[in-house]
Design a protein around this ligand. Structure first.
Ligand SMILES: C[S@@+](CC[C@H](N)C(=O)[O-])C[C@H]1O[C@@H](n2cnc3c(N)ncnc32)[C@H](O)[C@@H]1O
Length: 275
């Protein structure tokens, strides 16, 4: 496994606290010993594996080939899964924003699954700032893009990193377009206990349940064609949706999107506010 440093600190949209809390969390996780069955057997990961297979179908391809960027990789389960199940992949860049993930956690997970380590580049970097241009066949974010503080910047950076005809595939939470701005202001002011490790005010980190229209708008203006599917009724979610409805809580839904970079260059959809 090669290690690359793309200096996520130089991303002005990435908050210091976001790096700090994930470094702490991933450091704790890295103390564990892992078994393959546990890595892929967690309920949330089973849901994401189903989402990944669905995303592949949305591209119309039968397998992943070429070069993949797994951005906001967490413990690296998705890269490990891709290595194991899609041997025709040439290269995987597994990206996280923090040191503990890159140095300890992800190598441990990939070694446990016994992937083809030669194909892996471990990258400390941010999806807002990708130095490789026209390089990837696929960029994948599994529950990570909603940690973006500027969706348009993230879509644009990912668009530029893809080859013409490449795909940006994601599974993310979303809220209905009718949710008011007040919801975001109130949530931002709340302090939460992050993974039982540290108290943090939501506004000091980035974890945003964007409205569906915000994903679509950012994708279009970056130049993508996008197909979105609501997968909220996936097995892992229906119980939570039901309980939230009973409690009258703002409902978080779950989507997958397949954003396609057109084969031939086209002018971006113009707006005055995007730059
Ligand atoms: C909810 S976790 C999802 C992890 C993993 N993809 C999974 O499926 O379990 C989101 C991850 O995104 C990472 N992240 C936050 N901001 C990022 C950024 N600007 N670029 C890349 N990753 C980021 C966080 O460190 C965190 O590990």
């Amino acid at each position: 496994m090669k290690v690359l440093d793309w200096s996520p600190e130089s991303d002005s949209f990435l908050k210091k606290k976001e790096i700090e809390i994930h470094n702490l969390y991933h450091g704790e996780l890295a103390k564990n010993s892992f078994q393959k069955k546990e890595i892929f057997g967690r309920r949330s990961i089973k849901m994401r594996i189903r989402a990944l297979k669905r995303l592949l179908r949305m591209t119309g391809h039968s397998t992943f080939t070429g070069k993949v960027l797994d951005a906001g990789a967490g413990d690296g389960w998705c890269s490990a899964y891709l290595l194991e199940n899609y041997p025709s992949l040439e290269e995987i860049y597994t990206m996280e924003i923090n040191e503990n993930a890159i140095q300890s956690l992800i190598p441990k997970v990939i070694d446990t699954v016994n992937g083809d380590n030669e194909k892996v580049n471990l990258v400390r970097g941010s999806f807002n700032n990708i130095p490789l241009k026209n390089h990837f066949d696929y960029v994948i974010t599994m529950g990570a893009l909603h940690h973006s503080d500027n969706l348009y910047q993230s879509f644009k950076a990912i668009f530029d990193s893809l080859k013409d005809g490449g795909y940006f595939l994601a599974q993310e939470p979303f809220l209905r377009d009718t949710v008011s701005n007040d919801f975001y202001h109130n949530r931002g002011a709340e302090t939460i206990n992050f993974k039982g490790l540290v108290e943090v005010k939501n506004d000091d980190r980035t974890d945003i349940f964007y409205r569906l229209c915000e994903y679509r708008t950012a994708a279009y203006h970056a130049g993508f064609d996008i197909e979105v599917k609501d997968i909220s009724l996936d097995r892992a979610n229906w119980r939570r949706i039901f309980m939230n409805a009973v409690k009258g809580k703002t409902q978080t839904y779950n989507l997958v999107f397949c954003a396609h970079k057109p084969k031939a260059a086209r002018p971006r959809v113009p707006t005055a506010w995007e730059e």
